[in-house]
Design a protein around this ligand. Structure first.
Ligand code: BGC
Length: 810
């Protein structure tokens, strides 16, 4: 195979090549300057840059340089606005280049399979089409200046519990249609220069060494030409990773992994041609990216201009969920009581590796003076963490009585939305619900302003007149919310996810979190609205829902195989934008299929009284399904409904289209999977799931002996008492930090990581051999135990030698 960078590669030694495929430190790649290979720097993250000045960590613990904190992905997805995504991307790319960063680790586009996943705030949607389109827009923007975006986490990484030690098990069709389609759109439409492999296994093979994902699908099918970087510490078997299509292990393992690769080449276990090929593919990005960063010459970014973009982004993403009696927008001069801790100390981003050190932060109490409202006072209302406080509640109710309208700031606390920690329920803190009762008792004109990056249950909704949902709105969100409240901005956001009435209604509830190693995706294609619409289960707010201060009318639908065209009219009295959504459903499918699937959308701005012709094109994804027999996408022939709606549950126009099929044989036959045929997937039997999987259900149970790939939290189930004690101490520390309301990310990260990752994350202090010895210590007694201790000590000195040599290369 011809190499693009043969001239450089032929001058590199084997040792240099192997080192290039592993990090130099926490954030940068190895350079071999004398032979023309520069180093590039990688930094988080999805909604703002997190370039660390001092000690590196992937949890957002140590400080980072100031950067604009844009609304998180979950927020921007509510805008359904690709131009906006691209604009944010351009700002992110500029900030990256300004700080010498060549790869920005984002966007994150994992599918929100469960509303309880702790990182949902970082992800776009429960729908792959929306997620893919929004991710593509960010990538186009980020890469405009020549730095690389890095969509993550590839793939099927939807749980934080044991995130590095779990196996996502699903049938190939579900993998392709739900968990890969977003990445496919992002790769094919926006050509990211890099992509991040996820921590988990996918059907029994670690994502970072999964040739099916990295080579067959990503490179061969989708034409990806960038490099694959492992999530931090996600590398399991370095040699297998290189073979499968991974190019860069992060962070450094102090020469341990390169040493393994060299030994494998020398022993003929992997060919030098394969190593050359990976180096070539890596250089193909590193060289131009390093050039782009150099060209940019650390030109500072415009802090104020980016703050303004963050504000506009928030304005366009806010979702108005309720507006009884048209209480909003408020008239100028309305007397308002501002209640709720979030109005003083906003929650505008989540916790973990995505944490941005903002250039500045607007707070409601800081900016409200600039709005035409008469503020009668402010009360905290509830303590941020723990039980409610009757005194705070009473003071809030007393203040509420003095106002025409109460602006009540509620939301999820920091602990609820964090990397490394899933939520255990979908509720708001009880202290806030009690406050709502008290305040609405004192004054029924309550407008809730919600801050939360993922769905919550709202059995108390009728206690408020209106709800403005800002999601996690970034550093300028406080002003954006008030613009909506006062009618300076007409809200146009629509939900990127379904809000179930109760958590138990959610299709993945019986399967989340996984009890053993295997995360069983038994619900198949029925994620989010795909389930609720098929089984006609009522929800609180459907996917795609959001109110406006104006009204829109849809008419004159025309359908063709190219797409749909219709007229949209703004029939109200205020200018505004509408997100028109196109869903497709087969009338008599021969394969199992959700009743409605999003296949296109358009955000259309109309002046009051104006109307426009809107076209939403159909693309290659409109009618396809993945056929496990032919191993490619096929088309099930028949009549399809094309439904144009203001949400998935508010279809305004329906047409139909005859679609010619590709006539492939369908496996499994519809009649053999009745639960899937009907969408009733809350209790899929082993037999039926087996038929969908087309193989036996893999055994994910633990033996009780701790292995390299068992998570540290599993020590709890170990046979050895000492392991259980260690785990008990950690669990206590974790629970304490949860009680304090602030996640201890060191613990959550360590808790969920496998023994093997101790080596991967210790910056070269611990080799893989030492990790094996740690397992021996944990499991062993007597001689085995002593051997393990001796192994760790000897391993330490050996690894020091390897790390010293590795340093000499960089
Ligand atoms: C996260 C990634 C992040 C990386 C580097 C990991 O823990 O999963 O999303 O980019 O750390 O901070």
């Amino acid at each position: 195979m011809e190499l693009k960078h043969q001239d450089i590669i032929s001058r590199l030694t084997l040792e240099e090549k192997c080192h290039l495929l592993s990090g130099r430190d926490f954030w940068s790649t190895v350079s071999v300057e004398a032979k023309g290979v520069p180093s590039i720097c990688l930094s988080d993250g999805p909604h703002g840059l997190r370039k660390q000045e001092g000690a590196g960590d992937q949890l957002g613990l140590n400080g980072s340089l100031p950067a604009t904190c844009f609304p998180t992905a979950a927020t921007i997805a509510n805008s359904w606005d690709e131009a906006l995504g691209e604009e944010i991307g351009v700002c992110l790319g500029e900030e990256a280049a300004a700080q010498g960063v060549g790869v920005l680790l984002g966007p994150g586009l994992n599918i929100k399979r469960s509303p309880l996943c702790g990182r949902n705030f970082e992800y776009f949607s429960e729908d792959p089409y929306l997620a893919g389109k929004m991710a593509a827009s960010y990538i186009r923007g980020i890469q405009r200046l020549g730095v690389s975006a890095c969509p993550k986490h590839f793939a099927a990484n939807g749980t934080e519990l044991r995130r590095q030690a779990s196996n996502s098990v699903m049938d190939e069709r579900t993998l392709r249609e739900i968990y890969l389609t977003g990445f496919e759109i992002a790769v094919k439409e926006a050509h990211p220069l890099s992509i991040m492999s996820s921590y988990n296994e996918v059907n029994g093979v670690y994502a970072n060494e999964n040739a099916h994902l990295l080579q067959e699908i990503l490179r061969d099918e989708w034409g990806f030409e960038g490099f694959v970087v492992s999530d931090w510490g996600a590398n399991n078997d370095f040699v297998e990773g290189v073979r499968a299509g991974s190019h860069l292990e992060m962070p450094t393992t102090g020469g341990d992994s390169p040493r393994q690769l060299m030994a494998a080449v020398e022993a003929g276990k992997i060919s030098i041609e394969m190593v050359d090929r990976r180096v070539d593919e890596l250089l193909d990005v590193v060289l131009p990216v390093a050039e782009a960063v150099k060209r940019h010459n650390a030109k500072p970014f415009d802090v104020e201009a980016h703050h303004a973009v963050a504000m506009r982004a928030s304005e366009q993403s806010i979702v108005l969920l309720r507006n009884e009696g048209g209480i909003l927008p408020l008239q100028a001069g309305t007397k308002v009581a501002v209640i709720g801790d979030f109005a003083e100390t906003p929650r505008y981003q989540g916790a973990g590796s995505s944490v941005v050190n903002p250039t500045k932060v607007d707070t409601t109490m800081g900016v409200i003076g600039g709005f035409p409202l008469e503020v009668v006072g402010f009360e905290k209302g509830y303590p941020r963490v723990g039980e409610g406080d009757p005194a705070l509640r009473d003071a809030a109710a007393a203040l509420a009585k003095k106002a025409d309208v109460v602006l009540l700031y509620l939301g999820l606390d920091e602990i609820s939305e964090s990397e490394g920690l899933d939520r255990s329920h979908m509720k708001l803190p009880q202290s806030q619900v009690d406050l709502l009762q008290a305040v609405s008792g004192a004054n029924p004109n309550v407008v809730i302003v919600m801050s939360a990056g993922s769905a919550v249950e709202m059995p108390w909704l009728d206690r408020c007149k209106a709800m403005v949902h800002g999601y996690l709105c970034g550093q300028a969100g406080a002003s954006a919310v008030l613009k909506v409240v006062c009618g300076q901005v007409n809200p146009s956001g629509k939900l990127n996810e379904t809000y179930a009435l109760r958590y138990e209604d959610v299709p993945t509830a019986p399967y989340f979190p996984a009890r053993q190693r295997n995360v069983e995706y038994r619900e198949g294609l029925y994620v989010g609205y795909r389930y609720f619409e098929t089984v006609k289960q009522p929800v609180l707010f459907p996917f795609g829902f959001g109110l406006s201060y104006t009204t829109f009318e849809y008419s004159g639908l025309q359908v063709s195989d190219k797409g749909v065209t219709f007229t949209l009219a703004n029939t109200g009295s205020m200018d505004g934008a509408e997100v028109c959504q196109l869903y497709v459903g087969a009338q008599k499918p021969h394969v199992y299929r959700p009743a409605k699937e999003l296949k296109g959308f358009a955000k259309v701005f109309l002046k009051a009284g104006e109307s426009k012709t809107v076209t939403i094109p159909l693309d290659d994804k409109a009618f396809r399904y993945f056929n496990i027999e032919t191993n490619r996408f096929e088309i099930d022939g028949g009549t399809y409904d094309l439904m144009v709606g203001a949400s998935v549950a508010d279809i305004r126009l329906t047409g139909s289209l005859e679609v010619k099929g590709t006539d492939a044989a369908v496996i499994p036959a519809l009649s053999t999977i009745p639960s899937y045929a009907k969408g009733e997937v809350l209790a899929v039997s082993d037999d039926e799931w087996k038929r969908l999987l087309n193989h036996d259900i893999p055994d994910g149970s633990w033996s009780g002996t701790i292995g390299m790939n068992d998570a540290i939290c599993q020590l709890y189930y170990a046979k050895a008492l000492k392991a259980r004690v260690i785990c008990g101490i950690m669990t206590r520390m974790l629970n304490k930090s949860i009680e304090r309301g602030k996640p201890d990310l060191n613990i959550t990260f360590t808790y969920n990581m496998p023994i093997r990752a101790i080596g991967k994350m210790a910056g070269g202090l611990v080799s893989q051999k030492m990790c094996e010895d740690i397992c021996t210590i944990v499991n062993g007694h007597g001689i085995a135990f002593c051997k393990g201790i001796a192994g760790v000590i000897a391993g330490f000195f050996k690894q020091m030698g390897v790390a010293k040599k590795a340093k000499a290369i960089k």
